[in-house]
Design a protein. Structure first.
Length: 81
């Protein structure tokens, strides 16, 4: 796991250095960085929303399953009495 983190860190540092030393004006570089950051932020937000939707679906299913289990237990208790 550490190797993956070091690889990712190296990739980010390398990409940053490549951008900084690229033959591009400061204005163009800042615009490029901003566009990339906005694109990545939008992608991250979409992934977050999708993950939250899946989590909510799972929670709702668990609640429904728990409700059914409690109802069956109650019915079995009434039948045994």
């Amino acid at each position: 796991m550490k190797e993956i983190m070091y690889f990712m860190l190296g990739a980010v540092v390398g990409a940053t250095l490549a951008l900084l030393f690229a033959p591009e004006s400061g204005k163009d570089l800042r615009a490029n960085i901003q566009a990339t950051a906005e694109k990545d932020a939008a992608k991250l937000q979409a992934e977050w929303q999708a993950a939250m939707a899946r989590t909510n679906e799972r929670l709702e299913q668990m609640q429904a399953d728990l409700k059914q289990a409690l109802q069956r237990a109650s019915e079995q208790e009434e039948g045994a009495a």
